[in-house]
Design a protein around this ligand. Sequence first.
Ligand code: FEO
Length: 392
Amino acid sequence: MEKRKIKENIYWLGAIDWDRRLFDALVPLPDGTSYNAYLIEGSDKTALLDAVDPAMADLLLSQLRDTPRVDFIVSHHTEQDHSGTIPLLLERFPEAKVLTSPKGKTLLMEHLHLTEEVLVTVADGETLSLGDKTLRFIHTPWVHWPETMVTYLEEDRILFSCDFFGAHIAASDLYVTDQGRVYEAAKRYFGEIMLPFRAIIAKNLDKLASYPVDMIAPSHGQIYSQPAWILEAYRDWVLHPPHNLVVLPFVSMHGSTRKMVDHLTAALVARDVRVELFNLAVTDIGKLAMALVDAATIVVGTPTVLAGPHPLAAHAAFLANALRPKAQYLSIIGSYGWGGKTVETLAGMVPNLKVEVLEPVLCKGMPDQATLAALDRLADAIAQKHRENGFQ
Ligand code: FEO
């Protein structure tokens, strides 16, 4: 695809990765992704904002074939899907300086072995004139790494945000045309990489609130020509109390844990508590991360394997611990064959979760009436906690 004009002397460049189905060897990409770069041609100077994943460097270099000079390459974020092509760009444009945050400078030297001579750090709020266009650099740490920053183009009121507000979507439409689809992809992306950093992201949102923004141009997915809704969505994800929602990741080997999961789900629904189930044998962990954005309670359903939790349940617990969601309650249910320490092992895997643990329900073999009654009591406890907190 060739470069595409956004406004006079402002262009989208980059690559649409229709085929990619996994990011960081971890995160599923059901809709592919894109790596967006942006070219701003001022009356005096030209700046390129971000680059592309090295696997698609040829596309970016081809889009730049008629660009005689790039004075500045702005690196908002060191992760290689945005920065990995910078060494090749410096070969093509040896006159260019790479502008980045102070932490970005260190990371670019470590990750790409860029030399100190090509790197220039920009302070929070610093401006750079390209002649008739002015770039303002705003430090926005932890969207996704500690060095991340964004660029505000003052004359055109465009915010170039890199991962911030991004969504893994491959699409030929340059602008958001299906808000529902992008909402889900953006929330999934927030859940996967930004959920642990909510407090800092709230400060970043406050910082951006003083800038009138007509357009947000992220480095994944489509451009927001009407950005108010995605800014509001981020405020909700970051600041809103958890919802009246139980997220229930589970795995079952012979059906006993599944019976317990189904019984608890029905009991919660009967008590007006929403539930999202994730069968870990088949689930997309991006969907699980997205659900954790809102969950008030997490219940892990697992059989006992070799005296501990099933490895898939351990994986989910590890993920939840790393994402540090807003959830305030946790419980564990499941069936065991002969014994084990499933509850102790799982509980020890989630030290980051600031949760109250509600009485786990474990049973030997097939759940009996006493086990089902215990699950009803767990549903009672969850519903009561949610009511007391006013979770909606
Ligand atoms: Fe799109 Fe954190 O890289």
